[in-house]
Every structure is written in structure tokens, then in C-alpha cells.
Design a protein around this ligand. Structure first.
Ligand code: 5AD
Ligand code: SF4
Ligand code: FES
Length: 373
């Protein structure tokens, strides 16, 4: 008789929504526009959800920005093929293996290899051989996440067989109409194909992560609600989301006056993290670098409302200026050691602890696999 607590009539709409087991699109819109006490109730619930389901552990993913060559021309991105205002680079095998060694020796247990999109055969083989060398060098103790864009099923398989475990491919926006406004209209930027790539990754056996940008030109609050529903329907294992930040050398820059103020984009990003944590309790959610571009404590704040993964940068400092997807990206002059100390402090401030030496696989992925772990 007492096991159901009646919802008091003095509860606000948002507080009532937060009690629900499943959010509708309307509920999500309410949460996204919440303010004052309601907004704090949302953050509090997200914080509690993280504590209840995942504890205080935050996992490091050493980020290696392998190459800024990209065959694509996404309208928002600073390293798009059409931008020739900076130098292109690709790290040597030795540089990659040195960064991996740093991660391994410092007990990171996990790295992310990210680059612009390339699909030529020598490149695919190069990644495959690098993965094998990483496996041998670290005795298979480092888990590797790839973020190398849309590839064929065969390529995804080869990279998985060579030692990769997880793959990040942001859908960027889940609305096909909006996707079309943010990308050139050609086969290399096809929404359906991107969706198919996500399905292929899932089928191939990766832990799959996706994500969106928040505060893009033409994007609406209902679009963001749809993004959250997309993550739930796709049953993702990992998410990486962050505010859109304009870059002067991109086509979208001309819409800069129509954007939400930076702080509002940041706040919406925090809400997206918090809501997703409540919706998908056991997935991995990253406190992304873009969050810190707007707010100096952006990543700590994301950790406090549900994020549980952070990516210390391991890219050699000499390349960082040339991997500017957006402006004012932090950590341009700080080396791996400085980013490590910096993030240790930030995680401490957020009241969390680092899961050193732990792979920190998405619990969601383990639960999803037949036979659990
Ligand atoms: N602002 C914020 N994020 C961006 N990305 C690309 N350009 C921008 C930008 N201007 C994100 C995309 C991509 C990821 C690697 O970086 O979501 O998937
Ligand atoms: Fe290339 Fe990715 Fe930038 Fe698009 S977002 S231009 S695929 S690096
Ligand atoms: Fe790189 Fe803070 S994380 S300097």
C-alpha cells in the first residue's frame, strides 16, 4: 500500500516528468527548456542516476588525432577538404606508437584514434597494420576506439580483427532534413549511408558510439528531442555530444548571427548529457572537449550531470594547431603530461575518481551481448 509514493500536486510539470520511466518527445522538450528549480532538479536526477548505476568512476580515453586529411566537406568543420588555410598532416607510425606507449605506461587502458575521413586502400591497410602493432606493443592490454568515419563493412571487419574494440561515428544530427542543410548534396554526405554505417558497425561487433552537435544553425529544440529518441531507439553503447562552435573558414560561418549565444549552447549541451544519462543509465557518455571551449569548467560540469568518460589529448603538440574542427579549441600548447594532470584535477573537483587500468567498457554493451559479460 505504501510502495507507491503519490505524486504531490505541488510538483512542477518537470518534476513529474522526471519521475516517469519513459520520456515522450513532449517530455524531452520540457526538460530541454527547463529553467531555475526545474533545471536543477534535472541535473540532480542525472547526477543521482550516474551515482546509482555507475558510481564515481570516470574512464580516460587517450585521444590521438592521427590525421587531418579528410575527403569530406561538412559545412561546419574546420578541417573540411575545401579549407586550405592550414597544413595537412598524418602522424608517423612511431609517433602513434609513442603516444600509445604513454597511454599504456600511464595506465589509461584505452585510446581513441580519430582522423578526418579517408577510404583509399593504402590508408585502410595502414590503420590495420597500426592496430596490429598497437596490440603487440601493449600485449593487447590497451583497448582501441576508432573514430575514422564511414567505411565499408569489409574495412570495419578488418579493423576489428586487427584489434579495435569500439567505434565512434556521430550521426551529427538525426533529422534527415537538417543533415541535408549541413552537408553537400552528394554521395559522400548521404544521411542514409551514415545510418547504414552505424548499423554495419553494430552488426560487425563493435561497441558503437554516436552523437550530435548542439546549437547548430537551423536546429530546433524538437530536433534535439528527436536526437535523444534516436539514441534510445538505436540502443547506442556510447555517446559524445557537444556544442557547435563556429569556424570562420567554413560555409556555416555566415549564419553566425542566427546562433544561440555560446552560453545557451553550452547549457543545452549539459541538459542533453543529463537527460541522456537518465534515459540510458548504463551507457558511456563523454565529457567532450567542445564543452570546455565555452566554459572553462565545461568538462567538470558535464561529469557532474552524468558524463563518465574523458579524453586526455595525446596528439603531439606540433600537430594540434592543425586539428581545429572549431575555433578556440583548448589544449593547443599542453602536452600529454599537462593534459593528464589537468584532467586529474578536474575529475577530482567534480568529486569523481579515475578508473586507471580499467577498460571501462560500456556496461550497456556487456548487458546487450548474449550471456552478459
Ligand atoms: N563545432 C563543434 N563540433 C564540431 N565537429 C566538427 N565541426 C565542429 C564544430 N564546428 C565535431 C563533429 C565530428 C567531431 C569529430 O567533431 O561532430 O563528428
Ligand atoms: Fe571530415 Fe569529419 Fe570534419 Fe566532416 S566532420 S569534414 S568528415 S573531419
Ligand atoms: Fe589539456 Fe586541460 S585537458 S590542458
Amino acid at each position: 500500500m505504501f510502495n507507491r509514493i503519490p505524486l504531490s500536486s505541488s510538483m512542477t510539470e518537470v518534476e513529474k516528468i522526471l519521475e516517469k520511466p519513459l520520456f515522450t518527445k513532449d517530455d524531452l522538450i520540457h526538460l530541454l527548456i527547463s529553467s531555475g528549480k526545474d533545471r536543477l532538479a534535472l541535473f540532480e536526477k542525472a547526477k543521482k542516476t550516474k551515482a546509482d548505476y555507475l558510481g564515481k568512476k570516470v574512464y580516460f580515453r587517450g585521444l590521438i588525432e592521427y590525421s587531418n586529411y579528410c575527403k569530406k566537406n561538412c559545412y561546419y568543420c574546420g578541417i573540411r577538404a575545401g579549407n586550405n588555410h592550414f597544413a595537412r598532416y598524418r602522424m608517423s607510425d612511431e609517433e602513434v606508437l609513442e603516444a600509445v606507449q604513454y597511454a599504456w605506461e600511464n595506465n589509461y587502458a584505452s585510446i581513441v584514434i580519430q582522423a578526418g575521413e579517408q577510404t583509399n586502400k593504402p590508408y585502410i591497410s595502414k590503420i590495420e597494420s597500426l592496430l596490429k602493432r598497437i596490440y603487440i606493443q601493449t600485449k593487447g592490454q590497451i583497448h582501441v576506439t576508432l573514430s575514422l568515419g564511414e567505411q565499408s563493412e569489409d574495412t570495419y571487419k578488418r579493423w576489428l580483427d586487427a584489434g579495435a574494440h569500439r567505434y565512434l561515428l556521430r550521426i551529427e544530427v538525426s533529422s534527415m532534413d537538417l543533415y541535408k542543410k549541413l552537408h553537400p548534396d552528394n554521395r559522400a554526405h548521404d544521411y542514409q549511408q551514415r545510418l547504414e554505417a552505424l548499423r554495419t558497425l553494430r552488426k560487425t561487433g563493435y561497441q558503437v558510439g554516436t552523437g550530435v552537435m548542439i546549437g547548430l544553425p537551423f536546429q530546433t529544440i524538437p530536433d534535439l528531442a528527436d536526437d535523444l529518441i534516436f539514441f534510445r531507439d538505436f540502443d547506442i553503447d556510447m555517446a559524445g555530444m557537444g556544442p557547435y562552435i563556429e569556424h570562420a573558414d567554413t560555409p556555416l560561418y555566415k549564419f553566425r548571427d542566427s546562433l544561440l549565444p555560446l552560453l545557451e549552447r553550452f547549457d543545452l549541451s549539459l541538459k542533453m548529457v543529463a537527460i541522456l544519462r537518465i534515459m540510458m543509465k548504463n551507457i558511456n557518455i563523454a565529457a567532450t572537449t567542445a564543452m570546455q571551449t565555452i566554459d572553462k569548467q565545461g568538462r567538470e560540469k558535464a561529469l557532474m550531470v552524468g558524463a563518465n568518460v574523458i579524453m586526455p589529448n595525446l596528439t603531439p603538440v606540433k600537430y594540434r594547431q592543425d586539428y581545429l574542427l572549431y575555433e578556440n579549441k583548448p589544449c593547443l600548447d599542453e602536452d600529454a603530461q599537462e593534459c593528464k594532470s589537468c584532467l586529474e584535477a578536474r575529475i577530482h573537483i567534480a568529486g569523481d575518481v579515475i578508473g586507471y587500468g580499467e577498460w571501462g567498457d560500456s556496461q550497456h554493451f556487456s548487458d546487450r551481448k548474449p550471456g552478459g559479460n
